[in-house]
Ligand binder design. Structure first.
Ligand SMILES: [Zn+2]
Length: 203
């Protein structure tokens, strides 16, 4: 039996089910809620329910959204003809926050990982292939992460897409030395990518 009243013990046990939250943090969070106003507890509870009820996948790009289709797919001011393919909603958000890309996105919701039993059918690849024709796409930017799985996924997509669409331009994001970086602290994979994705210099 726990040292706290059962309802508090229950809240601690619910919090401790969250990723990265151990017993100690769960207890601290539960005690914080206990001290907080009823308003705060109610709005937290409401948010938890709302996120489950409202958030869905955009039926075009599979980004997370409250309204289908998502604001980016709906936005008529964005460039058509270029799709940037990313692993997850977090990657899409990071690119979007940088403000440099004005085209459309496609979220795969994962990467190929045979060891974990994740194959092409587990990712949102079918929808991407359909979009290429439907949207008159001219360029696909493969922006999966520079991990082993991300590279395997990019290679798989390159082959799949170029087999079906000979005229389509397929690019991979340039990976390499970050701005302000120092070569001697880079790992081998980063340096290899930096060299491979070298660009002509001009005055
Ligand atoms: Zn969308």
């Amino acid at each position: 039996m726990g040292i706290y009243p059962p309802s508090l013990e229950e809240l601690i046990s619910q919090f401790s089910r969250l990723p990265g939250i151990g017993q100690k943090s769960a207890t601290r969070m539960a005690l914080f809620i206990l001290k907080s106003s009823l308003d705060m507890a109610e709005s937290l509870a409401r948010s938890l329910i709302e996120v489950k009820e409202k958030i869905k996948f955009c039926s075009i790009c599979f980004n997370l959204t409250d309204n289908d289709v998502c604001p980016i797919c709906r936005d008529e001011n964005r460039q058509n003809g270029t799709i940037c393919v990313v692993e997850g909603p977090g990657d899409q958000l990071a690119l979007e926050e940088s403000g440099v890309f004005k085209g459309r996105y496609h979220v795969l919701h994962g990467v190929l990982s045979p060891l974990d039993g994740i194959g092409p059918e587990d990712l949102k690849i079918g929808g991407l292939i359909t979009r290429l024709d439907q949207e008159g796409v001219r360029e696909v930017i493969l922006a999966t992460n520079p991990t082993t799985e991300g590279e395997v996924t990019a290679s798989f997509l390159l082959k799949l897409i170029s087999d079906k669409n000979k005229d389509l331009k397929i690019t991979r994001i340039a990976l390499g030395v970050p701005v302000g970086g120092d070569l001697k602290y880079m790992d081998r994979m980063t340096l290899e990518h930096a060299l491979k994705s070298r660009m002509p210099m001009s005055l």
